[in-house]
Design a protein around this ligand. Sequence first.
Ligand SMILES: NC(=O)c1ccc[n+]([C@@H]2O[C@H](COP(=O)([O-])OP(=O)(O)OC[C@H]3O[C@@H](n4cnc5c(N)ncnc54)[C@H](O)[C@@H]3O)[C@@H](O)[C@H]2O)c1
Length: 438
Amino acid sequence: MERKPEKPIGKLGVLVVGMNGAVATTFIAGVMAVRKGYGVPVGSLTQMATIRIGKREENNFPKIKDFLPLYDLSNIVFGGWDIRDESAYEGAKIAEVLLDKDLDPIKDELKALRPMKAVFDQNYVKRLEGTYVKQAATKAELVEQVREDIRSFKTKNGLTDLVTIWCGSTEVFIKPSAVHETITSFEKGLAENHEDIAPSMIYAWASLLENTPYINGAPNLTVDMKCVHQLAEEKRLPIAGKDFKTGQTMVKTIIAPMLKMRMLGLEGWFSTNILGNRDGEVLDDPMSFKTKEESKLSVIESILQPTLYPELYKDYYHKVRINYYPPRKDNKEGWDNIDIFGWLNYPMQIKIDFLCRDSILAAPIALDLVLLMNLAHRIGFSGTQEWLSFYFKSPMHSENVVPEHDLFIQHIKLKNTMREIMDEEPVNHIDEKIKMFK
Ligand SMILES: NC(=O)c1ccc[n+]([C@@H]2O[C@H](COP(=O)([O-])OP(=O)(O)OC[C@H]3O[C@@H](n4cnc5c(N)ncnc54)[C@H](O)[C@@H]3O)[C@@H](O)[C@H]2O)c1
């Protein structure tokens, strides 16, 4: 880095799309609880992890939050949009992730947090109905309304920096088409109400036009569109996505590298989930599920590299299912049955039953991403942020490279980028004794 970034002064505004959903309210309530001293930010690297600086024998392991000049949690101000006029407290109660014992101490703060009217159209999320929705003749006008929301949120709260994070529902599957190609074609599409422009794209467009980095926590097409990349580069803004890597996919990106590292073969991988929250209900619609499925399926293929290892990975069978099962609410159960083979093709099996809590795993990811994306913005990183792949199921990547899905490699890349930002040497794990033989 030419110049080491400095600790920010002022306040960071975090605009959450889908502000009253399970992930969003768990994230927001969690930050409020932590800064009041009622909770521990378990799962957040920016708050809990350390980073090694220098050689191993130097024994220097500062906490990331002391090493990187990030905003303190006390300087975060939340705002956002949702399709129902409920406070974040009501949203958290409906989501049923956090218990009253955790919500009560921050009840007033959560009650005071109310969403702005959403950009919503049921054609893009079939299972939801919006009652608190912006009206406009064209999508271009909706962009202007969201821009106005962002500006007034910034002024009203005296904010220095902003970041937008999509924690809204998964939209129907949309293929990239001509309208998404360039800034001009997209703007024309906005004016003509093109049907391939979904609400998430309107939030992203408005955010970038207001110099606000955009994070996509769902598998929606938004940040993959060429026009968004162009606009982000033009405005020198970072964009990140897509789809938070939480339960089953996180496990997959640990098990698949293990198989490949030990040159063990794969015959089949069957993954199924039962999930009873609103996200599960939305994903029960085949068109929203298709968006999620695309995001979940690519992971193993890219880690195992079947073209390099045809004897091990050429013809494996991979299936992912999500079943809406209301009694489970946010407490998902994800089963994996993995048929593998070893020495002389002898078969073996791995069975995993992960009883996780979806939003409890997603909330710390949302926190890390808003803080790190703000840092990226302040130091002038723009476009795709591959160093943040660690947090995503379908990490964005440059056109000329394949995405990196292996959680261990992603972790090394994340921490080495942090070192680079602060002008410290990357850690390469090469034994000093080996170097002496050269
Ligand atoms: N929980 C996880 O582990 C996890 C992991 C990866 C991705 N995700 C994704 O994160 C998203 C949120 O998940 P969740 O469990 O919180 O779902 P949720 O249904 O509880 O919350 C989504 C919220 O978005 C709102 N919303 C929908 N469309 C909107 C729009 N156009 N504008 C404003 N608000 C809108 C809904 O009203 C709802 O409050 C989903 O897309 C999900 O697939 C979740």
